[in-house]
Design a protein around this ligand. Structure first.
Ligand code: GDP
Ligand code: MG
Ligand code: ZN
Length: 249
């Protein structure tokens, strides 16, 4: 388990309008932000390199009606104007997501000095390289704190049930109406979620992503809890041995 940041007000979930765009990953970041009670905002960069920006933004905004999803060219003056509402005095904003999506470019665009290193990536493969290797906090003249983070290759959630329920609040609400309380939403009769899929209210893709997210979170939380209790048991044993009176032979 690794902490990414603390005391953040707004988390910009940054993604590029290219092959690197991944709805399931965006969904996790949004769930993470909700869990941490941070406001997520999705920003799709590199609209200048893409023919169909609208469909990327639409896919991102389908993730949750509670989250703003907008395109943003990280090069030029758009960051200054389009992020202004969040970059206020005493606010802390963070840029999250994979490498090569433009997090450091955005951090640079906001600060007066170009202090963050960025790397040109090959847009055909769309995979970023890890240029940023540590978290960096920049202070803008107006008193806003801007956190640039290294790209995360994979994000797994644990202890994030509330965040997951919030990102898919319609599915979570339906799950409470299934006939069986331990419904897996696959083949059971009286499954409110499967019925919604049949009606066309929820796409099968979205349900598959949600099932996986819930299962992964459950697995991660259980294995972390198990590891914690293993550690506790080991420490208890060590303490018990240390307390034994020393016996001379
Ligand atoms: N054309 C274009 N290039 C961008 C945009 N955003 C970032 N880039 C480029 O993408 C590359 C990776 O950006 P970087 O900020 O290092 O990504 P990071 O790994 O998320 O910090 C750099 O060459 C940037 O100039 C954008 O909106 N449009
Ligand atoms: Mg970077
Ligand atoms: Zn069900």
């Amino acid at each position: 388990m690794q902490l990414i940041a603390a005391n953040v007000d707004t988390a910009f979930v940054v993604t590029s309008c290219n092959q690197d765009f991944n709805v399931a990953r965006l969904e996790r970041y949004v769930a993470l932000a909700f869990e941490a009670e941070v406001t997520p905002v999705m920003r799709s960069t590199k609209p200048d390199l893409c023919k169909d920006v609208g469909s990327f933004v639409q896919e991102a905004s389908n993730i949750s009606q509670q989250v703003l999803a907008l395109a943003l060219n990280a090069l030029g003056d758009e960051p200054q104007t389009k992020l202004r509402d969040w970059c206020k005095s005493r606010q802390t904003i963070a840029f999250l997501e994979s490498s090569g999506v433009g997090k450091s470019t955005l951090a640079n665009a906001l600060s007066d000095e170009q202090s963050v290193e960025t790397t040109v990536i090959r847009e055909d493969g769309a995979k970023g390289r890890h240029t940023t290797t540590r978290r960096q906090l920049h202070f803008l003249q107006n008193g806003c704190a801007v956190l640039d983070t290294p790209g995360t290759r994979e994000l797994q959630l644990s202890d994030a049930q509330d965040g997951i329920a919030k990102v898919s609040d319609d599915i979570a609400a339906l799950a409470n109406r299934c006939r069986f309380s331990d419904c897996t939403h696959e083949t059971e009769p009286g499954c409110a979620i499967q019925n919604a899929v049949k009606r066309g209210d929820i796409t099968p893709d979205r349900l598959a992503r949600w099932n996986k997210l819930v299962a992964d979170e459950r697995f991660n939380s259980a294995s972390l809890a198990e590891r914690k209790s293993d550690h506790k048991a080991l420490h208890k044993m060590i303490r018990a041995v240390q307390k034994q009176p020393k016996v001379r032979q």
